[in-house]
Design a protein around this ligand. Structure first.
Ligand code: GLU
Length: 546
């Protein structure tokens, strides 16, 4: 077989060689140890947590080593592409504070190793494919999908290994003349890798998270280029990561199964393999079992979810780092004031069994992050979120910044600052009672307080209410009301001898609390009343006496 001729026949339009691309994309001039990483999302319109998870790893590895972090759009599957999807990826990554040094932009690219959209790189893949054909390592296959499916059925019936390989690879042995004939007849073809691998052999691949992997050698003549000349992921990734000079390929563990194909192509081309970092599946505890996060069942798999709920990007980073590196939590405890970028992130500290994704833990971290933020920053963040998701509340916040900041500062000082806020959406609900327009009675009055007793309590409370009182004086008056009306000052006492009392001080203060805030659980009631102001508090108390 004249491989040169075949290559020319298949790729007449390709004039550049792999060597040309070596000089177009030269090795990068970076300090020793600098890592080049990338994410390769597909523009399907669904940006998922896994994209961010891998982005956080890639970003940290690159930027903490003085390297380069790239955004590559893997758009080889035109059928799955959704209009506007690149914009969604860019905006999601920007929202989470993930910054790329190179890669696709909304229009065009930024960087010297582009283009960064795979469909625009067709010529590069084809130049490399042409070389593989010249070396006898790739060949055209004219089998139809039906023929391949029938082969599979036959293999199944005969209990053989599935796939296009060895004696089952019908087009492997076509002569040049046969190929010429089929091409002349206009038959569509794909380009297949001519594997020299053996199912009985294994290969060793270095994985930075999992250590040395020993995997079965690939023996399949898998497809490199589809019939439209666009590569499969298996080929595109190798070519791109070589010419983009990627040092560390961070990707999901779903690619472990096809890893033997990838290293085989690297080896066939005489290219140095990157260091693979196969990340663990994101799992969720579902009752007794752990399962993979699912697009259908778990809204939290979509990155949009966090933005819509109003999670702080910083909280998400803190959380992901906690999941990713087993020593992050300890480091955070020891360095509460440092930005997370100071943490020495490492692939060795990553788990390779499933990574458990736990919303409750994320909420805890979120509370901590929000609690540590000054009220003015909380205000800015909340207002920005509301402008997008709750315009009416945004107007209420913007109407009186000083009032809103005062509200947000409540309970923030002292030994044990309150951690009431979790997300912006929850904050809007939490803060609603500070605004008459949103104020409503959320909780019922205590069971043992009938309307008449409620009026009695509130009546007395109104009579004694003095906004000049301090917390202690105020509470002293509440206690007097309790005693006068026959409520126990200590809940314990009431519990012990319920027949002696009407209830306890908790019932009395909750009655007042619900009248003023609509809730049975709130920050310090007297501080709230002071913040709401005399007029508004009185109005609410009077309204509750109806
Ligand atoms: N397009 C691939 C995916 O979405 C990227 C895998 C990789 O990063 O190499 O899974």
């Amino acid at each position: 077989m004249d491989h040169q001729r075949l290559a020319q026949l298949l790729f007449p339009q390709i004039t550049k060689t792999p060597e040309d691309y070596e000089s177009i994309y030269p090795p990068r001039d970076l300090p020793a140890g600098a890592k080049v990483t990338r994410i390769g999302p597909s523009p399907t319109g669904f940006v998922h947590l896994g994209n961010l998870y891998n982005a956080v790893i890639g970003e940290r590895l690159a930027h903490q080593s003085g390297g380069v972090f790239i955004l590559r759009i893997e758009d080889t599957d035109a059928k799955r592409e959704v209009a506007g999807a690149v914009g969604m990826i860019l905006s999601a990554m920007d929202f989470f504070g993930v910054h790329f040094d190179e890669g696709a932009l909304l229009d065009g690219d930024c960087g010297a190793y582009g283009p960064y959209r795979q469909r625009q790189r067709a010529e590069i893949y084809q130049a490399v494919a042409k070389r593989l054909v010249e070396q006898g390592q790739a060949y055209p296959c004219f089998c139809t999908e039906d023929e391949v499916a029938r082969l599979r059925e036959r293999q199944q019936a005969e209990k053989l290994n599935f796939g296009y390989y060895g004696a089952y690879a019908a087009c492997r042995t076509l002569t040049l003349e046969q190929i010429e004939e089929k091409l002349a007849a206009g038959m569509p073809w794909v380009l297949r890798f001519r594997s020299q691998g053996d199912a009985e052999h294994s290969v060793t691949v270095l994985d930075a998270i999992r250590g040395e992997l020993v995997v079965q050698e690939n023996y399949q003549d898998f497809v490199l280029l589809k019939s439209d000349g666009i590569p499969t992921y298996h080929f595109a990734h190798v070519v791109d990561d070589h010419y983009m000079r990627t040092t560390h390929v961070v990707r999901g563990e779903e690619w472990l199964a096809t890893l033997p194909m990838h290293v085989q192509v690297f080896d066939a081309l005489g290219w140095q393999r990157p260091i693979y970092c196969h990340t663990a599946q994101l799992m969720k505890q579902d009752g007794e079992t752990r399962r993979k996060l699912s697009k259908r069942k778990d809204p939290e798999l979509a990155l949009d979810y966090y933005r819509q709920e109003g999670y702080l990007p910083q909280a998400i980073w803190e959380y992901l780092l906690t999941v990713l590196n087993s020593n992050y939590e300890q480091w955070r405890l020891e360095n509460p004031g440092l930005p997370f970028s100071e943490f020495p992130f490492s692939t060795e500290k990553m788990s390779h069994s499933g990574a458990l994704f736990d919303l409750v833990k994320l909420e805890d971290i979120s509370k901590e992050v929000l609690c540590a933020l000054p009220a003015s920053e909380v205000y800015d963040g909340l207002l920005a979120w509301c402008r997008e998701y709750d315009a009416e509340f945004a107007n209420l916040l913007a109407r009186d910044r000083a009032y809103a900041e005062h509200v947000l500062a409540l309970g923030k000082t002292g030994e044990r600052p309150r951690k009431d806020l979790v997300t912006w959406r929850q904050a809007v609900r939490f803060l609603s009672f500070y605004y008459d327009e949103r104020f409503q009675q959320d909780d019922p009055y205590p069971q043992n307080i009938d309307p008449q007793m409620r009026r009695e309590i509130l009546q007395r409370y109104l009579q004694t209410l003095d906004f000049a009182d301090d917390n202690e004086q105020w509470f002293g008056k509440v206690r007097v009301i309790c005693e006068e009306l026959g409520f126990a000052l200590q809940p314990k006492k009431y519990k012990k001898n319920p027949e002696l009392y009407r209830g306890s001080i908790v019932d009395v203060s909750n009655t007042i609390r619900i009248a003023v805030t609509g809730r049975s659980n709130s920050p310090d009631l007297w501080e709230i009343s002071q913040t709401l102001g005399k007029e508004r508090t009185l109005r609410r108390l009077l309204a509750a006496m109806d």
